[in-house]
Ligand binder design. Structure first.
Ligand SMILES: [Mg+2]
Ligand SMILES: [Zn+2]
Length: 180
C-alpha cells in the first residue's frame, strides 16, 4: 500500500460534462487534461478515475456503454502518450437499486481502487467539480481534496472555500498546486 494516487472525478474533470453521457463519440477531454495526467505520472502517482454513473441504475444505458466511453477516453489520451491507470464506477442509485457503499460521497470506490492498485489513500489526492466529490475524498481520508472550476465547479466554489478545500482553475493547476 505504498503508491500515491490522484483520484479524479470523470465528468467535468477529465472529460467535458454531459449529463448521462453514453455515446463514446461525445467524449471530449477537459482543459489541459493530457498535461495534467503527464504531470501526475512524472510525480510517480497513479491517475485513477472514480465516477458515479446512476444512468445504469436508471436503465438509461448499460455498464458496457460506460466501458466504451472509457475506452474512447483512453484513445484520446493515447494520442498524447498518456492513460488513466484505473476506472472505478458506481452504477447504483438509492431510488433504483438501494443504498450502496460506493456512490460518492461514500468512500467505496476509493477502497476498491486502493486494494486493487496498492494505493495509500492518506498520501493521495482527490479532484472534483462537485462538493460531493470533495466530501468523498474527506470520507475516504485523502491528504487533500480540490475543487476545479471546470464542469459544475463554479457553483460550489464558495461552499468549498468555506469548508477549507482548495480550488483550482483546472486539473493541471490542481496537480501543480497539490504536488509541488
Ligand atoms: Mg463531475
Ligand atoms: Zn454504488
Amino acid at each position: 500500500m505504498s503508491k500515491k494516487a490522484f483520484f479524479l472525478d470523470r465528468d467535468g474533470v477529465v472529460i467535458r460534462q454531459i449529463s448521462y453521457l453514453h455515446d463514446p463519440a461525445l467524449v471530449e477531454l477537459e482543459k489541459n487534461v493530457p498535461e495534467a495526467i503527464r504531470k501526475i505520472h512524472e510525480k510517480g502517482m497513479l491517475a485513477v478515475v472514480l465516477t458515479n454513473q446512476s444512468g445504469v441504475a436508471r436503465g438509461m444505458f448499460t455498464e458496457k456503454d460506460v466501458d466504451l466511453c472509457h475506452e474512447r477516453l483512453q484513445e484520446l489520451l493515447a494520442a498524447y502518450g498518456e492513460k488513466i491507470d484505473g476506472f472505478y464506477t458506481c452504477c447504483h442509485h438509492p431510488d433504483y437499486t438501494g443504498v450502496c457503499s460506493c456512490r460518492k460521497p461514500a468512500p467505496g470506490l476509493f477502497h476498491a481502487a486502493a486494494e486493487e492498485l496498492g494505493i495509500d489513500i492518506a498520501l493521495s489526492f482527490m479532484a472534483g467539480d462537485k462538493f460531493s466529490d470533495l466530501e468523498s475524498g474527506r470520507n475516504a481520508g485523502v491528504s487533500q481534496s480540490v475543487l476545479l472550476r471546470t464542469g459544475y465547479g463554479e457553483k460550489y466554489i464558495q461552499r468549498a472555500q468555506e469548508a477549507g478545500f482548495a480550488v483550482a482553475s483546472d486539473l493541471l493547476e490542481a496537480v501543480e498546486k497539490l504536488t509541488e
